[in-house]
Write a protein that binds this ligand. Sequence first.
Ligand code: HEM
Length: 138
Amino acid sequence: MYNFLQNFHSGWAYLTLLAGVLFFVMIGYYAINKKARNNFITKLSFFTTLVFHIQLIAGVVLYFVSPYAQWTENTMKDPINRLYAMEHPLMMFAAVILITVANSKLKKSEVVKITPAILGLIALACVVSRIPWEAWLG
Ligand code: HEM
């Protein structure tokens, strides 16, 4: 159970990053060129939100079974422990909320606006800043 979840969360992170980058680039491009929202953009936004939500669910379950996400009296003093127990989950939650809001804003206007692209960029920054890069790719 733990190994499966860890591998899934680790692999799905590639898809999450890819979807986040595509979301920002394409929605930014459409917004700058004042293009109308089409089927491609609506679907891209939907699938990005879905990919983020799936990663969130896997992360929440993993949080309860991972030996790295344990709370002790030293959690806040140890940067690695603090990252897994607090910073990573909080920032990733924030990213999922931002992508969800961006998706809902995008659906409300016929012409693509810049706001969803900016929200997407902030969401990406949250993700990139709190991924345990060493453990993931190192
Ligand atoms: C939605 C965006 C998220 C992304 C892109 C993401 C990405 C990652 C990555 C790349 C790792 C390292 C995997 C490895 O070492 O191979 C990781 C680990 C972890 N993540 Fe996330 N995560 C996200 C959300 C969450 C959330 C919301 C939680 C908890 C509420 C969470 C909890 C964890 C835990 C506990 C680990 C350590 C797993 C272990 O090795 O035992 N993640 N995450």
